[in-house]
Structure formats: C-alpha cells, structure tokens
Write a protein that binds this ligand. Structure first.
Ligand code: NAD
Length: 324
C-alpha cells in the first residue's frame, strides 16, 4: 500500500509516518519543512507548498492508495485566538484543501483522511466549563469561536461534497487537543499541554508560572499513540461523516498545570493572567467513534503527560548543555 501524508513535517504527520511504515506501507511525505525534532521515517519526503496547484498536481497522484491530509496553518490559543492570523489561517488552509480534494477526485485516490478539529463546535454549547456539548450533531447551527473552526467546517463540507458528487471515499476526524513527545513547545504555535510542560520544566522550586485566563476553563487532551490508533481504525471503517477523535477525560487548565507540577516533583505556584483562552469548556464525546470503530483511548492524561513532560524537559536540558 502507498500512502501520501500531507503535513508530514508536522506533529501528527510525523508520528503517522512512523506508524504507517511499521505497518508496511510505502510512505511519501510533503510539507513546507522537515520535522523539527527527529528525522522523518517517510520513504520519500518532498519539501513544497500545497497552496501551489501546480506543485500539488505534480505530487498528489494516482500512485497513492491513501492520502492523509493533515497540512494546515494552525497553532495553539496564542496563534488562533488573537485574531492576528485569521486571514492566513483561512486562506492558506482553504487553498490546500481546494487543491488536494480536486486532485484526489481526478486521480481516483481510494481513500482520503481529512483532519478537522473540535474547534468546529458552537460557542454557545461550550459556555459552561462543567458541561460542554461536543457531540458530532451539535456542530450545526454553526457558531465556531475562531476562523480556524470556520475553515475546518468548510473543509469538512468540501470533502463531504466530493464524496456525494464523485464518490471520493473520505474519512473525517475532529481532533481534540492531541499532544505528546516531538511536538513544538516554544515557537508561539505550541498548544496548552506543551506550553504548560515547558513552563514547569523551566521553573525552579518556589517559582510562580503564569496561566492564561481564570484557569477554570476545561479541556480534554488525547495522547498521540491513541490518536494514531483512532486514525487507523477510522480509515479501515466505512464511516464517512465527521467523527470526534479525542479523550473524555476533562480537566481545568489550573488542575492540568498542577498535575504537571506533581509529575515534575517541584513546588511551583500558579498565577492566572489575561490571555487568549477560547471557549470555557470543551471535551470529546466518543459515543459515535466507539460505535463505528470500537476505538477508545488507552492512555490516561497522567500517563501521557508524564511522557510528554519528560521529553520536553530533556529537550530543554539538551539546549542548555548545547549553549554552554
Ligand atoms: P502541525 O502544525 O504540527 O502540522 C501541520 C503541518 O502542515 C506543518 O508541518 C506545516 O508546515 C504543514 N503545512 C502548513 N501549510 C502548508 C503548506 N502550504 N504546504 C505544505 N505543508 C504545509 O499540526 P498537527 O498538530 O500535526 O495537526 C495536524 C492536523 O490536525 C492539522 O490539520 C490540524 O489543524 C489538525 N488538528 C490538530 C489538533 C492537535 O491537537 N494537534 C487538534 C485539532 C485539529
């Protein structure tokens, strides 16, 4: 089997390449950049811009049985919720999806995976931090809290219309906060798990770290290995409509920071400050994916974040050693 991973230099794409290789696939990856922290396991890696139709045409070809479309202009709250990147986020990702969906149809790709996001869910269903509603059917009437979420809804609809009109076999996941080792943690695009791990790893005993917002906003987080299992199960299924891939283990951001502090063994206090935070509460709702694929997460948040914290901590220690 031949697979093409778009966004193979990114966090999930790079992990997915290793997974597909271990399953015996020939894997080609495309991205604007190579993975940050380790060498790609792709058989072949092409640096290029998927916004460029001619580039896409040359590389998204009938040679591939499966395409995994993970490329997007995205980041954590500091990138998505400030409003400063709205146009780029929408324009860049929409262009990629327009190009890729058209070529997938023309080249009769057997199956294509599209990574949507929990950011599609309506703001008004996520006002109560203790009771967010993120079942798949609650995405409409649509009211996402970011342009990133609106673009993901557009992407979903684009691939679904390709299915309806051209029978393109699409599988669509709405990821909820995927985290783990080998993810960015210090370039302004990092998400809460990596940012919190970095802050704790950099702090000394007795220090205070800053947390954006009241800290009472709640989220769930999915460990990367669980995410890869879910992607593979969804690709093997016949289920076409968008489905959540996330964890139902919801935690407030302050409690999440306290969990990481406990793992670090340090004594650190929290200070809540103004900052971009997104909705008050969000958590995956897994009834549908469980019914369709029999998947459920295997890693607890404590297990997954301990692995992530130790990895980030090691990276920071290596950087200090390198600079000495
Ligand atoms: P990532 O930012 O690490 O990876 C995306 C990759 O796409 C990057 O390496 C980037 O360079 C590449 N890319 C962007 N524009 C490109 C272009 N024009 N041409 C070629 N490559 C381009 O993100 P990730 O965490 O690996 O997420 C993968 C996908 O899953 C994204 O579509 C993202 O929106 C979605 N998603 C992720 C999460 C999460 O928690 N990680 C949550 C919801 C949705």
């Amino acid at each position: 089997m031949n697979a093409l991973i778009l966004g193979a230099g990114g966090f999930i794409g790079n992990h997915l390449a290793a997974r597909l290789k271990s399953e015996g696939y020939y894997v080609c990856g495309i991205d604007l950049k190579y993975p940050e922290f380790n060498t790609s396991t792709c058989d072949y890696f092409i640096i290029g811009d998927l916004r460029d139709y001619e580039f896409c045409k040359a590389h998204v070809t009938s040679k591939y049985n499966e395409v995994y479309q993970l490329a997007a202009d995205m980041g954590g709250a500091g990138y998505i919720f400030t409003g400063e990147n709205d146009y780029n986020v929408m324009h860049n990702s929409a262009l990629i999806n327009l190009n890729v969906s058209k070529l997938a149809i023309e080249n009769k790709i057997d199956k294509i995976f599209y990574s949507s996001s929990a950011c599609v869910y309506a703001k008004h269903n996520q006002l109560d931090a203790n009771n967010p509603k993120c079942s798949e059917d609650s995405a409409y009437p649509a009211d996402p809290d970011s342009e990133y979420g609106w673009e993901k809804l557009f992407g979903e609809r684009l691939y679904l219309s390709a299915y309806r009109n051209y029978n393109l076999q699409v599988r669509i996941a709405r990821f909820h906060n995927v985290y783990g080792p080998n993810g960015i943690f210090n370039n302004g695009k990092e998400k809460a798990p990596a940012a919190l791990c970095r802050k704790v790893a950099e702090a000394n005993n007795g220090d205070t770290i800053e947390i954006w917002g009241s800290g009472n906003q709640s989220r769930s987080f999915l460990y990367i290995d669980d995410c890869l299992d879910a992607i593979r199960k969804l690709m093997s299924s016949n289920f076409v409509a968008p489905v959540n891939i996330g964890s139902e283990e919801r935690i407030t951001i302050n409690d999440f920071a306290r969990l990481i502090i406990k793992i670090s063994g340090k004594t650190i206090s929290l200070k809540n400050i103004e900052g971009p935070v997104g909705v008050n509460g969000r958590s995956s709702h897994n009834d549908l994916i469980k019914k369709e694929t029999n998947w459920e997460p295997q890693f607890s948040l404590e297990q997954g974040i301990a692995k992530t914290y130790h990895w980030i901590s090691e990276q920071l220690t290596d950087t200090v050693k390198f600079n000495q």
